[in-house]
Design a protein around this ligand. Structure first.
Ligand SMILES: Cc1cc2nc3c(=O)[nH]c(=O)nc-3n(C[C@H](O)[C@H](O)[C@H](O)COP(=O)(O)OP(=O)(O)OC[C@H]3O[C@@H](n4cnc5c(N)ncnc54)[C@H](O)[C@@H]3O)c2cc1C
Length: 386
């Protein structure tokens, strides 16, 4: 095996939201950064396409705010949590609007910001494995060559190449969610124009079905549920998606599906999981940070990418990305991302109990839910202010 010419300070694997955020921070810190992605941009990504207000803020900080505003999008003014008896709980976002932006566009504009920051991007290049020497990650194997770096950030989504080096088990049970989504044009009867709809139903345990505001006439529609609930229910994901459409057949009567129904997995936030080792940090879906209650993962990918970039740059100025730096990263990510998500996982358990038992109809519990969602304390939507 030969070494790739020109070793760099940091090798980032994956140029999705997380890898781009990390790459921009590292390049701005003056480090030589190479970001590789097995795909070439623009590339599609299975997603609900919802950006929260806090995700939009990071995209602006990465230098892509104008490009985001110019991309095809829908503003999201608020979210409705809809309960099985037809009652609804509104959450008005006010000034903290969200957006729906297709990932083909979003990820392409992030990659442009990455290149503008001075990072080197290599597309169509897949990492096969990490190279570990003396207990530290020193690069990645790409076909017959080794790309060496003083540090590696794995931002390569679920099924990351880092899993093996870290010795972590694949997520399952309550650590994983699954989702099916498709685009439809001609969906009618939005309950509130410009608002996201999250439909709770006993057929989607620990999850919900969504209909999002249309972008240029095309709406993102999908179902999301936690893996343990899915396994216990024993109905195929495709059938659950069809059932959701059937429940809203009046809305889809004149609608046409654009493209295929696509399914994918979401690794949910896990405080206990190992997120790095000497020479390596994992970020975004590769490090498992998706919010269990909402399925939001883009902000988490951007934010963990930023934090990893900051911790890595600081550690390299001091010498190397060592155990102490990994602990600093774990601590910052736990505090900002994983600890709040753990609480929200408990809220999800409570919500599931209320929906499955029908207890949500009791006036005192309805009042609690209305207060919680309306105030944002039990945020269910994908737009979260701060
Ligand atoms: C159906 C569904 C709906 C969702 N809806 C929403 C939503 O509405 N809002 C929200 O905030 N989140 C949503 N999420 C979650 C969100 O999509 C992810 O959390 C987010 O994309 C994670 O970003 P990332 O950069 O970590 O990984 P990714 O976006 O997956 O990017 C990883 C990149 O790494 C590359 N890569 C992978 N392996 C390799 C390799 N070996 N070598 C080189 N490159 C590699 C890939 O090509 C890809 O470009 C949804 C997820 C799903 C599945």
């Amino acid at each position: 095996m030969s070494d790739d010419n020109g070793s760099v300070d940091v090798l980032v694997i994956g140029a999705g939201p997380s890898g781009c955020a990390a790459g921009v921070v590292l390049a701005r810190a003056g480090l030589r950064v190479r970001v590789i992605d097995r795909a070439s941009f623009p590339r599609p990504k299975v997603c609900g396409d919802a950006l929260s207000n806090r995700a939009i803020a990071i995209i602006g900080a990465l230098g892509a705010g104008d490009a985001l505003a110019a991309a095809p999008h829908a503003d999201v003014l608020g979210a409705l949590a809809l309960l099985p008896d037809g009652s609804s709980i509104p959450r008005d976002y006010g000034a903290a609007r969200g957006m729906i932006v297709g990932r083909l566009d979003l990820d392409a504009l992030l990659v442009r910001a990455l290149v503008a920051s001075g990072a080197e991007l290599r597309e169509g290049v897949a990492a096969d494995d990490l190279v570990v020497e003396g207990g530290a990650v020193v690069g990645a194997r790409v076909g017959a060559t080794v790309m060496r770096a003083r540090a590696v950030l794995a931002a390569d989504g679920p099924g990351s190449v880092a899993t093996r080096a870290l010795g972590v088990a694949k997520p399952r049970g309550r650590g994983l969610a699954i989702s099916a989504t498709a685009y439809y044009e001609g969906v009618t009867g939005a309950l509130r124009e410009g608002w996201s709809e999250h439909w709770f139903d006993p057929s989607l345990p620990y999850g919900y079905g969504w209909i999002f505001p249309a972008v240029e006439g095309v709406a993102n529609v999908g179902v999301y549920l936690r893996r343990d609930g899915y396994d216990a229910r024993g109905v195929a994901l495709g059938a659950l998606f069809e059932r959701f459409l059937e429940q809203h057949r009046d809305r889809f009567a004149g609608a046409r599906r654009v493209g295929a129904v696509r399914t994918w997995q979401l690794p949910l936030s896990d405080l206990g999981v190992r997120v790095g080792m000497p020479g390596l940090l994992t970020t975004g879906d590769a490090g498992r940070h998706v919010d269990p209650l909402t399925g939001e993962g883009i902000w988490q990918a951007l934010r963990t990418g930023e934090i990893a970039g900051e911790v890595c740059a600081e550690a390299m100025r001091a010498g190397a990305l060592d155990d102490a730096a990994v602990r600093r990263y774990r601590w910052r990510v736990a505090r900002e991302v994983d600890a709040p998500a753990t609480v929200r996982g408990r809220i999800q358990d409570g919500m599931q109990a209320l929906v499955a038992s029908g207890l949500y109809r009791r006036p005192e519990l309805q009042a609690l839910l209305k207060w919680g969602y309306g105030s944002g304390a039990l945020e269910v939507s994908k737009s979260v202010a701060g």
